[in-house]
Ligand binder design. Structure first.
Ligand SMILES: Cc1cc2nc3c(=O)[nH]c(=O)nc-3n(C[C@H](O)[C@H](O)[C@H](O)COP(=O)(O)OP(=O)(O)OC[C@H]3O[C@@H](n4cnc5c(N)ncnc54)[C@H](O)[C@@H]3O)c2cc1C
Ligand SMILES: *[C@@H]1O[C@H](CO)[C@@H](O)[C@H](O)[C@H]1NC(C)=O
Ligand SMILES: *[C@@H]1O[C@H](CO)[C@@H](O)[C@H](O)[C@H]1NC(C)=O
Ligand SMILES: *[C@@H]1O[C@H](CO)[C@@H](O)[C@H](O)[C@H]1NC(C)=O
Ligand SMILES: *[C@@H]1O[C@H](CO)[C@@H](O)[C@H](O)[C@H]1NC(C)=O
Ligand SMILES: *[C@@H]1O[C@H](CO)[C@@H](O)[C@H](O)[C@H]1NC(C)=O
Ligand SMILES: *[C@@H]1O[C@H](CO)[C@@H](O)[C@H](O)[C@H]1NC(C)=O
Length: 567
């Protein structure tokens, strides 16, 4: 292992020395970029290699003029993911780094390419991706990788790039005994890296299985999800989604297709370690991922809404919630607690709690102490109800909302922070009084997530001591000025996130990199913690020329903000 890494590092240094003559990626119209005149010799050759699947990419607003998208399609994740240039949070298609910003807005009269890739390989096989990777290396191109375009940090789009579009890698294969290195790991499903959770949930249900996944329709389980960690309401029972990955097929920067698992250490052991939690988009292009499956059992979703009419009362409610947050540890429930704050001082806290093997009355008994306390405080509880069904029906969504301007900032809140419930309420009050619109809570840590602390993976260690992941969401309308957008971003980075960081009580607090602030100032610590040095070593061995660079990704500080020039 040591020898192998050492050998690869030597090769890496030689290649780097060779490439050092070019400090920047070739950009359209710039030196080294395959020119129009070269179309026949270069782009055309790539197009032939990928079976005519090379596409010119346009921003979603422009694509939607041609496609005559309906408003429902514009706002729907299932439709948007069929558009190669579309991001879900379409602010990431815009280039705010230039003055005035280079925009392409819905119903707009002008359209700039912004951060949208120039060409895309619409891959359906590993060979298509391999051809794209080799072409990008040979021509020193900026690369982007995209499955659904969900990325909250804009990491699946890049200015002037060649997009390796994995959306149509749609295979799903089940087995009752997946063997890794001669050891039978039991039931598993292998999914192409474009397959969304909705399709996976339908397939696992038909097989009588459970998939440890999130609450979404189009999030690609084998795309960015496990590279961040992958949280699920089943986390307390089965661990993070990344903990349940058995193997990846991945095309690395050399263009080789390798199998990465925990047993085959010579080929992909190190990259397997990094892919599980080490940050999306930094390691190679995943072709497929194999996940453990579990036999299905009935689960019950409990829902209720708690309404308050002042930030003082909301703070008291959140303190009560904190006081009760360990109530469900014994039954390993997972909970989404989403707070929406209105300008008139009213707030509503939507509680969605997922219980396994419990039904109606038992579930209501589990929730009763919290609901009684918040009622006694003067809050109104409404819409209480339960639904019992097979697991993934409850977690899956029919579609995801998208096509808006949205950014997030977050912290993993350790269990220890909840030992002082008043402090939790006070943090919420600070957020609300400061104007935070939505504070999304995920009680998906603890239980098996904590018990898996010693699994060999690059998952941020703070996940193992976290009780919740709490996110502040900020959005704006298309008519916001560039100055308004900038001040909203600064408020998130400089006020809301620090409030959450303070609540953790830690000086090295962590955040789930998939649901986070792209401007996180100390991102190496916040997203990767103590894993960062080892991640750099893996990066050097598998991607020596930094082909795969994303915002706040491993090694990204060697590049400018656009990932175009070395700094
Ligand atoms: C509606 C919604 C619900 C969500 N719910 C959950 C949840 O319940 N639990 C949870 O943990 N997270 C959740 N997330 C966050 C989600 O995990 C991340 O947005 C994730 O990065 C999405 O992955 P993707 O591949 O679908 O997105 P994309 O935007 O396509 O890609 C995300 C990142 O992964 C990289 N990437 C994509 N495909 C590949 C590939 N084949 N090989 C290598 N890199 C690739 C991209 O370059 C980018 O860096 C949710 C997001 C949304 C929008
Ligand atoms: C764009 O036009 C559609 C159709 O008229 C409308 O529904 C939508 O609200 C408009 N969006 C914006 C941002 O103007
Ligand atoms: C991409 O390829 C898929 C599968 O062949 C096809 O259905 C889809 O229309 C293609 N998308 C575009 C934009 O060409
Ligand atoms: C999808 O599955 C088919 C049938 O098993 C297989 O031939 C093909 O190689 C798979 N494609 C990918 C991209 O894995
Ligand atoms: C629910 O029951 C199934 C099947 O008996 C079991 O595998 C699972 O661990 C149980 N869940 C909990 C939270 O006890
Ligand atoms: C807030 O709710 C409480 C209890 O329901 C009520 O007594 C109080 O008048 C309300 N305050 C406002 C400002 O609406
Ligand atoms: C992980 O390993 C350490 C060191 O051996 C041990 O102290 C700790 O209890 C382990 N944690 C878990 C959750 O197993």
């Amino acid at each position: 292992m040591v020898f192998l890494l050492y050998g690869l590092t030597i090769v890496a240094e030689l290649t780097l020395a060779h490439a050092a003559t070019s400090q920047c990626r070739s950009q359209p119209g710039g030196p080294g970029y395959p020119q129009q005149a070269d179309w026949e010799s270069d782009w055309d050759k790539l197009n032939a290699e990928v079976g005519g699947r090379l596409l010119a990419v346009t921003p979603s607003a422009k694509a939607c003029v041609t496609l005559q998208c309906t408003e429902a399609q514009w706002l729907g994740g299932l439709y948007r993911e069929t558009i190669p240039g579309a991001m879900n949070s379409y602010n990431w298609e815009q280039d705010y780094s230039v003055k005035p910003p280079a925009m392409c807005l819905q119903n707009g009269t002008t359209c700039s390419q912004g951060m949208v890739p120039v060409y895309a390989v619409n891959a359906t096989t590993a060979a298509h991706i391999q051809a794209g990777v080799k072409f990008a290396s040979a021509h020193n191109l900026r690369v982007a990788i995209k499955a659904s375009g969900h990325d909250y940090l804009g990491r699946s789009t890049a200015k002037g790039s060649l997009l390796l579009w994995t959306q149509y890698l749609q295979n799903i294969t089940f087995t009752d005994s997946f063997v890794v290195g001669g050891v039978d790991q039991g039931g598993a499903v292998t999914v192409g890296s474009g397959v969304g959770l909705k399709a996976i949930y339908a397939a696992t249900k038909a097989e009588g299985k459970i998939f440890v996944g999130g609450t979404a329709a189009t999030v690609a389980a084998g795309g960015g999800y496990t590279q961040g960690a992958g949280h699920s309401a089943f986390g307390p029972i089965y661990g993070l989604a990344a903990d349940n990955v058995l193997e990846y097929q991945v095309v690395i920067a050399s263009g080789e297709l390798i199998t990465a698992n925990s047993r085959d250490l010579t080929a992909g052991g190190a990259v397997f370690w990094a892919l599980r939690g080490g940050g999306a988009g930094s390691w190679g292009v995943i072709i497929s991922a194999t996940f453990r499956t579990f036999p299905a059992f009935p689960i019950t979703l409990h829902q209720a809404t708690v309404t308050t009419n002042s930030s003082v009362l909301t703070a008291a409610v959140m303190s009560a919630h904190a006081k009760h947050i360990f109530d469900w540890d014994g039954v390993r429930a997972g909970q989404y607690f989403y707070l929406a704050n209105n300008a008139d001082g009213t707030s509503s806290l939507a509680l969605s709690t997922v219980f396994s093997n419990l039904t109606g009355a038992d579930v209501e008994a589990q929730m009763a102490p919290l609901l009684a306390d918040v009622t006694a405080l003067g809050a109104t509880v409404s819409g209480e109800g339960t639904i019992t069904a097979l697991p993934n029906d409850i977690l899956g969504f029919a579609d995801d909302s998208s096509g808006v301007n949205l950014i997030l900032g977050s912290r993993l809140i350790p269990a220890t922070a909840y030992l002082d419930p008043t402090k939790v309420g006070a943090a919420y009050k600070t957020l609300i009084d400061g104007g935070a619109q939505r504070v999304l809570g995920h009680m998906l840590g603890g239980g098996k997530v904590a018990e898996n602390a010693n699994i060999s993976s690059a998952v941020l260690p703070k996940w193992r001591t976290a009780k919740t992941h709490v996110i502040v969401a900020t959005n704006w309308d298309d008519d916001a000025t560039a100055a308004d957008v900038e001040s909203a971003k600064q408020k998130l980075t400089n006020e809301y996130v620090p409030t959450l960081a303070k609540l953790t009580g830690e000086s090295d607090s962590g955040s789930y990199s998939n649901e986070a602030d792209a401007r996180e100032p100390d991102w190496k610590t916040t997203f990767y913690g103590t894993n960062y040095p080892r991640l750099l070593t893996v990066k050097a061995a598998y991607d020596p020329n930094d082909l795969f660079i994303v915002t706040a990704g491993v090694g990204s500080d060697r590049w400018d903000a656009l990932g175009i020039c070395r700094v």
